[in-house]
Ligand binder design. Structure first.
Ligand code: GCO
Ligand code: MG
Length: 437
C-alpha cells in the first residue's frame, strides 16, 4: 500500500451493522457494537520485581485495551517488534475486527510463528478482546460463551532444598485452601536445580545480569524424585492433586521410567518430561506409563501440538494465551484438544503479567475442557502497577465481572520501576556439556 493510502478499513465499510438502538427499535443504552477506530498504541516496560512489557491500544471512543507482551529474558525484542512493525499498521484500523486483525498480523507478516511474533500477536489480541468487552460493558468470559464453572482450580508452587522443606511447604499451600500443588525439591549432590524458589509463593527464575550457569545430573534427579512424592502421599493422603515439572530434561525412555515410578503416587501431571520439538517422542513415553502428561508452555501455535493432541499423547496442554497468539488462536487450539480429551492447563508463571492472568481466567471460566490453571502470585509492587479484578478464594480463582479483562496499568507507578536486563539461567551437565534448562 502506498504510504499515503489509508488502511482498507479506515472508512466505515458498507456492511457496517445498524446501530443497536435502531436495530432493536428501542431507545436504549445498549452499548455500541459499531466500529472502534484505533488512534494509537504504546508499549510500556516496567520492572516491579521482574520485567513486564505491556501494550496499550487507544481508540477514538476514548476506550483503551491492554495486552501483555512479556517474553522472559527477550523482552526488548517484542518491544521493538511491536513499535517498529505492528503499531504503525494498527493505527486507523477497526479494533472491533479481532479475527481479521489476527490474520492480518499472522498471515500478513509472511514470517509466521516463533515466540517473538506470537507474543506480539497475543498482546494485540488480548487488548482487542479487552476493548470489545469494555465497549459492550461485559466481562470477556461472557463474550466467549459464559461461565462453565463457578471457579477456576489453581495450583501453587511448593519448593525447598530438602524433602522435609517441600513437605512443610505443601502443607502451607493446603492451609491456604489450595486443592493442587506442584512440588519441586533440590537434588542431593547438585548445588541448585530448577524450580526451587527464592521467595515464598512466587518463583522467579530470571536473574539480573548475564545468564547464570547451573549443573545438572539426570541420574541423580531420577533417583531422588520418587522419594519426594512417596513422602508427600504418606503425609497428605490421596486427596490433594500433586504436580511435577521435569523442565524438558529427560529423554523419552527416562521419562517413561519416571512416569512408571511415580504411578503409585498418582500425579495430576508430569510436566515437560522431554523437550517437545519432537512431538513423536511422546509416543514412547505414552506406551510405558499411565502417569498423565502435560506439555506446551513454550509452544506458539496449534501446529506445535497437532500430533500430541490428535494421537492423544498428552492429557494437558500448557500453552498460555501469551505464547499462543491470544484468545483468538487458543480457543481453536482448545476446541481441537476437546475432540481428543485433552484439557487446558495454562502456564501461569510470574513472567506472565497480571494481564495474561486475567485473560487466562476469563478463558478458563468458559472453556469446556478446562483442566487447571497455574498460579504463581506476583509481588505486591506488581499488583500496584496492575490493579485487577481477579481474586483467589479457597483454591479457586475468578476473573471478576469488570468489563473487558478487568485489569489496568498504572503508568506512573510503572515508571518508577525501570527495565533491568535479566536472563534465564543455562544448564550444564557435570562434564560441562550445555544442556536443557
Ligand atoms: C512453569 C515454568 C516456569 C518457567 C518460566 C520461564 O511451569 O511455571 O516451567 O517456571 O521456567 O516461566 O520463564
Ligand atoms: Mg513448566
Amino acid at each position: 500500500m502506498p504510504s499515503n493510502a489509508t488502511p482498507p478499513d479506515s472508512t466505515p465499510p458498507d456492511d457496517t451493522p445498524p446501530d443497536a438502538t435502531s436495530a432493536s427499535g428501542a431507545s436504549t443504552s445498549v452499548p455500541s457494537t459499531e466500529r472502534l477506530t484505533i488512534t494509537g498504541a504504546e508499549v510500556f516496560v516496567t520492572c516491579p520485581g521482574r520485567n513486564f512489557v505491556t501494550l496499550r491500544i487507544e481508540t477514538d471512543e476514548g476506550l483503551y485495551g491492554l495486552g501483555d507482551a512479556t517474553l522472559n529474558g527477550r523482552e526488548k525484542a517484542v518491544v521493538s517488534y511491536l513499535d517498529e512493525h505492528v503499531i504503525p499498521c494498527l493505527v486507523g484500523r477497526d479494533a472491533s475486527r479481532i479475527e481479521d486483525l489476527w490474520y492480518f498480523l499472522y498471515r500478513g507478516a509472511y514470517w509466521r510463528r516463533g515466540p517473538v511474533t506470537m507474543t506480539a500477536v497475543a498482546a494485540v489480541d488480548m487488548a482487542l478482546w479487552d476493548l470489545k468487552g469494555k465497549a459492550l460493558g461485559v466481562p470477556v468470559y461472557q463474550l466467549l460463551g459464559g461461565a462453565s464453572r463457578t471457579g477456576v482450580m489453581a495450583y501453587g508452587h511448593a519448593s525447598g532444598e530438602t524433602v522435609d522443606e517441600v513437605v512443610d511447604e505443601v502443607g502451607r499451600y493446603l492451609d491456604r485452601g489450595y486443592r493442587a500443588v506442584r512440588a519441586q525439591s533440590g537434588v542431593p549432590g547438585l548445588p541448585s536445580t530448577y524450580g526451587v524458589g527464592r521467595g515464598k509463593l512466587f518463583y522467579e527464575p530470571a536473574e539480573q545480569g548475564l545468564p547464570s550457569e547451573h549443573v545438572w545430573s539426570t541420574s541423580k534427579y531420577l533417583d531422588h524424585v520418587p522419594t519426594l512424592f512417596r513422602r508427600l502421599r504418606d503425609t497428605y493422603g490421596s486427596d490433594v492433586h500433586l504436580l511435577h515439572d521435569a523442565h524438558h530434561r529427560l529423554t523419552p525412555i527416562q521419562a517413561a521410567r519416571l512416569g512408571q515410578e511415580l504411578e503409585p503416587h498418582r500425579l495430576f501431571w508430569l510436566e515437560d518430561a522431554v523437550p517437545a520439538e519432537n512431538q513423536e517422542s511422546f509416543r514412547i513415553i505414552r506406551q510405558h506409563t499411565t502417569t498423565p502428561l502435560a506439555v506446551g508452555e513454550v509452544f506458539n501455535t496449534i501446529y506445535d501440538a497437532q500430533t500430541l493432541v490428535t494421537e492423544q499423547l498428552i492429557d494437558y496442554l500448557r500453552t498460555s494465551l501469551l505464547r499462543g497468539g491470544g484468545i483468538t488462536h487458543m480457543r481453536k487450539v482448545a476446541a481441537l484438544a476437546e475432540l481428543y480429551n485433552v484439557k487446558t492447563g495454562f502456564h501461569g508463571a510470574t513472567d506472565l503479567s497480571p494481564i495474561t492472568m486475567a485473560a487466562a481466567l476469563h478463558f478458563d471460566l468458559w472453556v469446556p475442557n478446562f483442566g487447571i490453571q497455574e498460579y504463581m502470585r506476583h509481588t505486591e509492587a506488581t499488583k500496584e502497577v496492575f490493579p485487577h479484578a481477579y481474586s483467589f478464594d479457597d483454591g479457586y480463582l475468578h476473573p471478576g465481572d469488570a468489563p473487558g479483562l478487568g485489569v489496568d496499568y498504572d503508568v506512573e507507578k510503572a515508571a518508577s520501576y525501570p527495565y533491568e536486563r535479566a536472563y534465564l539461567p543455562v544448564n550444564r551437565l557435570e562434564d560441562g556439556t550445555l544442556f536443557h534448562w
